[in-house]
Ligand binder design. Structure first.
Ligand SMILES: Nc1nc2c(c(=O)[nH]1)N[C@H]1C(S)=C(S)[C@@H](COP(=O)(O)O)O[C@H]1N2
Ligand SMILES: [Mo]
Length: 257
């Protein structure tokens, strides 16, 4: 697997200069924010950004990726395609901002989900309480901005039902997440209320395993992989822009394509 985490050795900025037309095009299509740094670019693909052709490969893969999924143009009322059980990849493909052997499993007996912000029920939830809620299952495609995808079978609690349960102000702008591995994330309220946005606990009929976000992770059909936080520990409903791990480094926040 390509590791997207290459913090060392930032390249000469002149190299990106050669890619100005491509960069401009990606910015125009809102695929990159102004501030996408060279560091973020190298994280994005794991490519060696010291080699100009590889910078171009990276940018082209972002460009192609979007063209392939543009048909899904986000619409809060529209459902994304679903797939059949025979297409599901077991186990799923792993990604994080570090390698799989660095995953720190969450201790379910001590784990709680903290709920805060613009909600009437500001309590913490245990896993048993969450597991007792009605479940929804969906077989959807997971698309990582690095240019790979897989079909996965996720089940858990619809985020819209959970927001209703906690008395969330559904006119608020954002739902923000904190995770056990310091990967803050956030989505717009329309996406949070989308029927294919769930707090997932199971994958392909079994409890999600540690690398894939046990005990609780977000799965949405309408956003790229990096908008789906794993190992969630807190949910906040807010009107203050919360940003996110990759978003703060220049990746598009909406990422719904
Ligand atoms: N907590 C946390 N969630 C995360 C990440 C991460 O590094 N930490 N990586 C994101 C990225 S880039 C992708 S593609 C997906 C990968 O999910 P998977 O391992 O279940 O396929 O998780 C997303 N959620
Ligand atoms: Mo990703």
């Amino acid at each position: 697997m390509r590791s997207p985490f290459r913090p060392a050795s930032l390249p000469d900025p002149a190299i990106l200069g050669d890619q100005k037309p491509l960069l401009r095009d990606l910015k125009r299509r809102k695929l990159l924010r102004g501030g996408l740094s060279l560091g973020a670019l190298s994280l994005l693909t794991g490519c060696d950004v010291k080699r100009p052709d590889s910078v171009q490969d990276a940018l082209l893969s972002i460009s192609r990726l979007n063209d392939g999924v543009q048909a899904w143009l986000f619409d809060p009322t529209r459902l994304a395609p679903t797939y059949s059980p025979s297409q599901v990849l077991v186990p799923p493909k792993f990604n994080a901002y570090y390698d799989v052997d660095k995953v720190k499993p969450v201790d379910a007996s001590r784990w709680t989900l903290e709920v805060s912000g613009l909600v009437t029920e500001r309590k913490s939830w245990t896993l048993a309480e969450l597991a007792a809620l009605p479940r929804t299952e969906m077989i959807i495609k997971h698309i990582c901005i690095e240019g790979w995808d897989y079909i996965g079978d996720w089940s858990g609690v619809r985020l819209s039902s959970f927001l209703e349960l906690i008395g969330a102000d559904r006119k608020a702008r954002y739902v923000a997440f904190k995770t056990a591995d310091d990967y803050p994330s956030s989505i717009d309220m329309a996406t949070a209320l989308h029927p294919q946005t769930i707090l997932a606990m199971d994958y392909a009929g079994s409890t999600i395993t540690d690398p894939f976000g046990f005990p609780l992770r977000l799965r949405m059909s309408t956003k790229l992989g990096y908008k789906n936080p794993k190992w969630i520990t807190a949910i906040e409903v807010t009107n203050i822009y919360p940003g996110g791990y990759w978003e703060n480094q220049g990746f598009p926040w909406f990422a719904g394509l």
